[in-house]
Design a protein around this ligand. Structure first.
Ligand SMILES: [Zn+2]
Length: 483
């Protein structure tokens, strides 16, 4: 590269014009005789020169500013002429992202000043000048102020020439995310919905992230565990989060996907000792996602949800994730979890391994593995389906294009098999390619079963008991009601 400062400035200007796809008056060529890149006027004859394309010129860093922050601070900016702020510096300064956009900030930050009138005094690391857009029209890449004027942003000064003169990218997060979901999801409905996620293992955590991407506005997260290294192979939480409570890890991941979400975290276990606390969470929710892996907690949640008339969706992987199942309980309209356990005790108990005693071998490997040796790949189909069912429930009472799916997702129980697991009733499933009407792997099955009329949770338990013993209870006084 040339050492001539004028040539350097010309090259930089030409590269920036190319990078921003502007019709420039200069272009870069490689001069073979001088063995250097030079900037020349467009149209000039340079024989055997190597043209630098726009893709080559993407070496300039990107500065991103939050439109929402700018709107909120616009009156202050107009009054003071300039506002200080900070940026996360990523990739050795290649990307400067407004701290207002960052749930998790970079280790290094850069101070900056956004101004309408250039402030006097010492320069900050980064100066961003806002100026009215040339044609006055709003559009992509422009910021529309509260008084209806479209602005462009330009890096005017800073310690690094990497950005000097670059256009600033305005990130208007919520409208830009809504645009991507529009026509498929009623984001305005989902913003007002509260989802209670109990159990944030791999399945529950994935469901929470998917619902955040869809635009669900409020989450209550309940789990008492910390993220361990072993979790990372399947859980959305990463190595840098190890040791943190899963509720906090998931709160941050949800906010990374939907920054306007409200997320409450509760580090509590679900047990009969704190049933009042759990009942309170359920009472404040539109839908409950249950990803706990033990029957006691599921049955407690079932009892409280049926009593509060809140729909709950239960998901779980079978041992070593050879498959999994989902149970959706709509109180008064479908069998409850207690009915499920009574009707199919084997299916209800074949859940994910959570103790080392059960985990003698792993699928896809001959190595002994300690606990929960299922693959993330095998858990995700179940989590994905659970998220879809949850979405349908959240949209159920409103008109939505997705409501057409209600007819297809009508069954209370859903079954998925990842492989024909030896030692199970699914050991002899035919290959996927040969089966047309038999059960096989990698297909969802929606299965109906009857509600237990004498279910102690959702049915007439006393009546059922009396009938089975041939008793007539009509002459007895009413049972005392617990206050
Ligand atoms: Zn029941």
């Amino acid at each position: 590269m040339t050492n001539d400062p004028n040539q350097k400035a010309m090259i930089r200007d030409a590269m920036q014009a190319i990078a921003s796809r502007k019709p420039g008056r200069s272009k870069l060529v490689y001069d073979k005789t001088k063995r250097t890149i030079v900037a020349v006027a467009e149209g000039a004859q340079v024989t055997k020169a190597l043209n630098i394309t726009a893709d080559d010129a993407d070496m300039f860093g990107v500065v991103t500013l939050s439109s929402e922050w700018l709107r909120a601070n616009w009156p202050n900016l107009e009054r003071a002429g300039s506002l200080p702020t900070t940026f996360s510096s990523w990739d050795d300064g290649d990307a400067l992202t407004h701290s207002e956009l960052c749930v998790q900030k970079s280790p290094q930050t850069v101070s900056g000043t956004v101004f309408l009138e250039k402030p006097s005094g010492p320069e900050t690391d980064l100066g961003i000048g806002l100026e009215p857009a040339p044609n006055g029209r709003s559009g992509p890449g422009k910021f529309l102020s509260t008084d209806g004027v479209a602005y462009i942003g330009r890096v005017t000064d800073g310690s690094s020439s990497l950005y000097h003169g670059s256009d600033v990218v305005f990130a208007d997060v919520e409208p830009q995310l809504d645009t991507r979901r529009a026509g498929i999801l009623e984001t305005t409905i989902l913003k007002d919905k509260t989802v209670l996620c109990i159990g944030l293992g791999t399945g529950g955590a994935h469901v929470a992230v998917e619902l955040a991407k869809c635009g669900v506005g409020r989450f209550l997260l309940v789990d008492r565990d910390r993220l361990s290294v072993g979790n990372v192979v399947r859980h959305p939480g990463a190595i840098s989060q190890v040791g943190r409570f899963k509720v906090n890890v998931m709160r941050d991941l949800i906010l990374e996907k939907n920054p306007s979400a409200k997320v409450e975290v509760h580090r509590v276990a679900v047990s009969f000792d704190n049933r009042d606390v759990v009942a309170e969470f359920i009472g404040a929710s539109d839908l409950v996602i249950c990803g706990t892996d033990n029957r006691q907690s599921k049955l407690l949640i079932n009892e409280l949800c049926v009593s509060a008339n809140v729909t709950a969706v239960y998901g779980g992987a079978f041992r070593r994730a050879y498959g999994g199942q989902i149970l959706r309980v709509k109180p008064k309209h479908s069998p409850c979890h207690q009915c499920f356990v009574a009707a199919m005790p084997d299916e209800a108990s074949d859940v994910e391994i959570s103790s080392g005693d059960d985990a003698a071998e792993i699928a896809y490997s001959d190595q002994p593995v300690a606990v929960e040796p299922g693959l993330s790949l095998d858990v995700l189909p179940i989590a994905n389906m659970l998220a879809k069912l949850a979405l349908l429930e959240l949209l159920a009472d409103k008109s939505s294009p997705l409501n057409g799916l209600k007819r297809d997702f009508d069954a209370p129980w859903y079954l998925w098999l990842n492989r024909p697991e030896p030692g199970t009733q699914y050991a002899d499933l035919p290959p996927l390619s040969e089966s047309s009407d038999e059960m096989t792997i990698n297909r969802w099955y929606g299965i109906y079963f009857d509600r237990d009329e004498a279910c102690p949770v959702c049915g007439d338990f006393v009546g059922g008991l009396a009938a089975s013993y041939g008793l007539d209870l009509s002459s007895l006084p009413p049972l005392p009601v617990k206050e």
